[in-house]
Design a protein around this ligand. Structure first.
Ligand SMILES: [Mn+2]
Length: 316
């Protein structure tokens, strides 16, 4: 069984590197730090590499231990968390590829099974929730620090326990955290409720530009680099913008384009029936059935037309 192999490999390894996807969200960072704190608890020599992440997550226990570069290339073991594709490890795939043993723990339906051992469950609402099982199998005590990190992953990836995919286990786990003294309400507020000023300003710009298409079944909005410069945006300050369109009555697909150095990053959300992970596979990406992303290297008008045309095909 994969889980047994993972436990065995972690127990065997002396030095371990933890990696996650580019543009890391709360699940990526929370899962990585939960794993870091857990492996420290059992005396491992462990590096967690995340080149850049939003300041929102600075409160997580041991966030100051996050490295921008690894200390060596030949780790005994590499663990990729919340990452569906080795390409999404960005420039850090080298640490993964050069490790003696490679493990992936993830919940993306588009996971390409790129590791030696792939513990992937697309029905889990967050990678952090899968880690609960892995850490228990390792005999690790989920203390307040680890619990806070896991909770951050679960809260962010479930939009605060509200998305489909939240399971009874989600609430049972959170109930256990409450019993262990984790302040659920404070974590919730830090990661979901409080917006940085630039984030608020970006939201305002994107909201003003939002268009309704196809009888209100599709929404479209975008941000360009100038917008981000103007408001002094930091890492991931655009997060959550794609969700505005999705939350309007009657909308099935929300499209958000964001200008990057090479074209546009696409974010899609759906409500009832469209599999946006499928659509994003056409744009070199992937993700979950109701939340996915990709990229497109065309002019703004071309990119907009192409992605809208593709989404229209999936409407009932
Ligand atoms: Mn995730």
């Amino acid at each position: 069984m994969t889980l047994d192999n993972i436990v065995e490999e972690i127990n065997k390894a002396k030095n371990i590197v933890i990696l996650t996807h580019e543009n890391p969200d709360g699940d990526a960072i929370g899962s990585s730090l939960a794993m870091y704190n857990a492996l420290k608890q059992i005396g491992k020599d462990v590096d967690v590499i995340i080149p850049e992440y939003p300041k929102t997550f600075d409160f997580l226990p041991n966030s100051k231990e996050i490295l921008k570069e690894g200390k060596n290339y030949n780790y005994d073991l590499a663990i990729a968390l919340d990452c569906g594709d080795i390409k999404r490890l960005n420039g850090f795939a080298k640490y993964f590829e050069d490790a003696n043993v490679k493990i992936s723990i993830d919940h993306h339906s588009s996971n390409t099974m790129f590791a030696d051992y792939n513990f992937v469950n697309p029905t889990s609402p967050a990678c952090a929730q899968i880690l609960v099982i892995v850490l228990e199998a390792l005999g690790i005590e989920i203390d307040k620090s680890i619990g806070t990190c896991l909770l951050t992953g679960i809260i962010t990836d479930t939009g605060g326990f509200k998305y489909q995919g939240v399971t009874a286990e989600t609430f049972e786990f959170v109930a256990g955290l409450l019993n262990r003294g984790v302040n659920v309400s404070s974590v919730y507020k830090k990661v979901l409720q409080v917006l940085s000023k630039p984030r608020f300003e970006l939201t305002r710009i994107a909201m003003n530009r939002l268009e309704f298409l196809e009888d209100g079944k599709i929404t479209f909005t975008y941000l360009n680099k100038e917008d981000e410069e103007k408001v002094g945006a930091g890492n991931n300050d655009y997060d959550g913008i794609v969700e505005m369109g999705r939350d309007v009555e009657g909308v099935e697909i929300s499209i958000f384009l964001r200008e990057t150095d090479d074209g546009y990053k696409i974010s899609l959300r759906s409500n009832e029936y469209v599999n946006v992970a499928d659509i994003c596979l056409m744009f070199g990406g992937g993700g979950h059935v109701r939340a996915a992303g990709g990229s497109i290297n065309l002019t703004f008008e071309q990119a907009k037309t192409k992605i809208i045309e593709e989404c229209k095909k999936h409407l009932k």
